[in-house]
Design a protein around this ligand. Structure first.
Ligand SMILES: [Zn+2]
Length: 174
C-alpha cells in the first residue's frame, strides 16, 4: 500500500470523480482537540481515505482510522490501551446544507467556501466521536486500590492541587 503525506485540505468532489485513495499516518500530537483525552501524544494512527460517487451522484469519502491509543482509566487514572478501527462515510456539505436531509446514509462533513475539507478537523471529529467518554479498565484489570485511611494532611494537599488546577484552567482560558 503506498503511503502519502497527510494533506492539509482535501477536495472530496474532485477526488471522488476519479475514485482516489489516500493512505497516511498521523501522530496524535498533531491533533490538538483530542490531546486532552490522550495521555500519550506520541501514538500514531493509520488513516485511509477512499473517495467515490454513490448511485445518486453524491460524492463521498470513506474514512478509515486504525491504531492503538493510550487513554486514561477514569477509575485508577493509569493508562489503558484502546484499539481503534473506525469506518465512516462522510458526505461533504456546505454550511447551508448541514440541516437538510439530503445526506442519506453518510455523516455530513463541512466544506469551506472553496469546497475543501480541513483534514485535521475531520480526524479530530472522528476521534472525538469514537473515543469512549469515560474509559475504564475491566474491573479485574484495574489497578485501583484505596488506601486504608487518608490523613488530614493529604486532604489539604489534594485541595491545594485542585486550586492549582483551577488557576491553570483560568490561565488557559485567557
Ligand atoms: Zn483502571
Amino acid at each position: 500500500m503506498k503511503s502519502d503525506f497527510m494533506p492539509l485540505k482535501i477536495d472530496i468532489f474532485k477526488e471522488a470523480k476519479t475514485n482516489q485513495e489516500m493512505h497516511f499516518s498521523v501522530a496524535v500530537s498533531s491533533l490538538p482537540r483530542v490531546l486532552e483525552a490522550l495521555p500519550d501524544p506520541s501514538s500514531e494512527l493509520g488513516v485511509s481515505l477512499f473517495f467515490g460517487v454513490d448511485g445518486d451522484g453524491q460524492a463521498y469519502v470513506d474514512l478509515n482510522l486504525k491504531g492503538t491509543v493510550q487513554l486514561m482509566c477514569q477509575r485508577c487514572l493509569a493508562e489503558m490501551p484502546f484499539e481503534l478501527s473506525t469506518c465512516h462515510r462522510l458526505i461533504p456539505v456546505s454550511e447551508s446544507q448541514v440541516d437538510s436531509d439530503l445526506i442519506g446514509d453518510g455523516e455530513p462533513i463541512l466544506i469551506d467556501a472553496s469546497g475543501l475539507v480541513d483534514v485535521v478537523e475531520m480526524l479530530e471529529d472522528e476521534l472525538l466521536l469514537t473515543l469512549p467518554m469515560c474509559p475504564m479498565h475491566p474491573l479485574e484489570l484495574c489497578d485501583l486500590s484505596f488506601p486504608e485511611s487518608l490523613p488530614v494532611v493529604e486532604t489539604e494537599k489534594t485541595k491545594k492541587s485542585f486550586a492549582g488546577l483551577a488557576d491553570l484552567l483560568n490561565k488557559n482560558s485567557i
